[in-house]
Design a protein around this ligand. Structure first.
Ligand code: GSH
Length: 243
């Protein structure tokens, strides 16, 4: 399966989470082969894949240089990669306390920003019935997540002069957010509630721009856009037909 590449990454073109792992693989210069599952065909729920990730979601990562060690969930994959291969701490920090701060932001990203955006998207686009209450709740949670980030980044800048969440440098704590923040304006446009990243969250917006300009991140975001070109218009058409 590996064709000489160190890792196999299970991903999906329309999914977002595996692209978080791509950023770390690319940044650390690790070689990988991507296997894209078709989520609409439910390939992620077939036994061939649930034997790799019992949770039946992408991403999952296999390290062929470590006895085919397998890890799933985007945050666990990113953490594994830096713990084992980022020996120079290019994208990570050293002390236990800073590593826990990094994990704390990654859990927040996964459980709050990522999950709430997915739920909003599901209730706006995927579910056959619209639920105003559900949409309102997820929209509110996303606003809350961005407000938490805004005040944390503002505080870090004003108190420590830092542009980043942990350790005064870009780490996987920051990078876990970038693809989701990139997608947020589109995902939020599925609902009428206000969301203006630039005007309402200037510290988040500036932080996101700094990350999006890092050459590796820019390359991955461009690849994501390329892989998903036409997605938003396809989804809008599909939604118009369903309503
Ligand atoms: N917390 C998980 C979430 C993974 C997830 O939601 N993956 C989506 C694609 S972005 C998926 O596989 N969806 C298909 C499904 O849930 O069946 C992670 O960060 O890896």
């Amino acid at each position: 399966m590996s064709h000489g590449k160190q890792f196999t990454l299970y991903s999906a073109l329309v999914g977002v989470n595996a692209w978080k792992v791509v950023i770390v693989l690319e940044d650390l210069g690790l070689t990988y082969e991507t296997v894209n599952l078709d989520l609409r065909k439910k390939e992620q729920k077939l036994p061939a894949y649930t034997s790799i990730n019992p949770n039946g979601q992408v991403p999952a990562l296999i390290d062929h240089h470590n006895r085919d060690f397998t890890v799933w969930d985007s945050c666990a994959c990113m953490t594994y990669l830096v713990e084992k291969y980022d020996t120079e701490h290019k994208l990570s920090v050293e002390s236990l306390e800073e590593r826990m701060s990094m994990l704390q932001w990654m859990h927040f990203q996964n459980c709050c920003q990522g999950t709430m955006l997915v739920e909003l998207f599901c209730f706006a686009f995927v579910m056959p019935e619209k639920s105003t209450l559900a949409l309102k709740r997820y929209h509110g949670e996303i606003i809350r997540a961005y407000s938490v980030l805004e005040s944390a980044l503002k505080g870090l800048k004003e108190n420590d002069g830092s542009d980043w969440l942990v350790g005064g440098k870009v780490t996987i704590a920051d990078l876990g957010f970038v693809i989701w923040t990139h997608m947020t304006p589109f995902l939020m446009s599925t609902y009428e509630g206000r969301f203006n990243l630039h005007e309402d969250y200037p510290f988040v917006s500036a932080w996101h721009r700094r990350m999006a300009e890092i050459p590796v991140v820019k390359k991955v975001l461009d690849s994501y856009d390329q892989a998903n070109r036409g997605l938003s218009s396809r989804l809008k058409q599909q939604n118009a037909r369903a309503s």
